[in-house]
Design a protein around this ligand. Structure first.
Ligand code: SF4
Length: 340
């Protein structure tokens, strides 16, 4: 919602200022997505507002629910006709996490990722980012009376290539007068944008940082995450050390396991050494994600090989989780978002 425009509209039409707060509460606290869902406003005012201002900038083209009901994928159309996807994940009963997109496509072009194959179309605006949360929250409220408990910026795009807009969206989500989530319930996942990691430590020291690592040697990582050419592992290591010193927070390390590519014992050993050079194991949680099909040459490793990889890292003293793959049947799992 463009509140600047709404303020001007109210002034020009002699609408009392307290109505602004009513609209703000209806949108951010009750997740209204249309003027008709704000009955506290007089009906003639709602009718006047309809052609002037949209509450939510996104049109929902499709909502897909996974077979097990624990993942919901939205395809949204933006005002210029481009499409993005957003996923709700239900990891804990009645508590949902939302995976938010920050760009249309992605400039990083990781070859195992459906988003990366599209390249970058454009950055999303702060409203387009926040409106994903609000549209999904409205859907959950109406269909299940559930709430969104946490946000991760890990959908389409590299959030730190759209830092300002992501920052504004985080403010909207964590401001008590607006959505009011705790900063600790907000996570941003980067492919390793070194300068932005340091900036994020200063701007949002209570939010969580996740780094999509996928390999701990430069040759392989440059193949898997081409941003590594700009910010190689040595630079990323220094930035993460600085981040940990500045925030005293843990870093979440995302590692997509691809069979025969990055899941060998020596890959695990390299990961152990690289992380230890950054900080002590207690400063990391390693999230292992089994590769989800995106039509490329990669394959998911067998379950026992995932367990072996996890076991090696656990024996080295790291906290390791094997991420449940939710939403793969609706192409809503990690790496599968393409805005089709
Ligand atoms: S994995 Fe992330 S950084 Fe890489 S192309 Fe996909 S969206 Fe971009």
């Amino acid at each position: 919602m463009d509140f600047k425009k709404l303020t001007v509209f109210f002034k020009e039409n002699g609408v009392p200022a307290f109505r602004l707060k009513q609209v703000q509460d209806a949108i951010y606290k009750n997740f209204a997505v249309s003027w008709d869902e704000i009955p506290v406003l007089p009906a003639p005012l709602r009718e006047k507002l309809k052609p002037e201002l949209r509450i939510n900038s996104l049109d929902t083209l499709e909502t897909q629910v996974s077979k097990r009901g624990n993942a919901i994928k939205f395809c949204f159309e933006l005002k210029d006709g481009l499409k993005i996807e957003t996923v709700l994940l239900n990891l804990i009963p009645e508590k949902w996490s939302i995976c938010i997109s920050t760009q249309v496509g992605c400039p990083v072009r990781c070859p195992f990722c459906a988003t990366g194959k599209k390249g970058l179309k454009r950055n999303l605006s702060p409203d387009e980012i926040t409106d994903q949360f609000l549209a999904a929250a409205s859907f959950l409220k109406k269909t299940r009376n559930h709430k969104i408990a946490s946000v991760i910026f890990m959908g389409m795009g590299e959030p730190f290539y759209n830092y300002e807009a992501v920052g504004e969206a985080i403010h909207a989500m964590t401001d008590p007068a607006r959505i009011g989530l705790g900063q600790r319930h907000v996570s941003v996942s980067t492919a390793g944008h070194v300068p932005a990691i340091r900036r994020f430590a200063k701007d949002f020291p209570q939010c969580n940082l996740a780094v999509s690592l996928h390999a701990a040697d430069d040759t392989l990582r440059t193949d898997l995450v081409p941003l590594n050419r700009t910010y190689p592992l040595s630079q990323l290591a220094k930035a993460l050390t600085d981040y940990i010193v500045m925030t005293k927070r843990k870093v979440f390390v995302e590692y997509v396991l691809m069979d025969g590519i990055n899941n060998s014992r020596s890959s695990a050993a390299k990961l152990n050494s690289w992380l230890r050079a950054v900080a002590a194991p207690k400063y990391f949680t390693i999230n292992l994600i089994t590769y989800n099909r995106t039509g490329g040459p990669y394959r998911a490793p067998a379950k026992d090989r995932v367990s072996v990889f996890a076991g090696i890292l656990e024996d080295c003293g790291f906290e390791v989780t094997i991420r449940k793959s939710l939403g793969d049947d609706i192409d809503g799992a990690c790496g599968q978002l393409a805005g089709k």
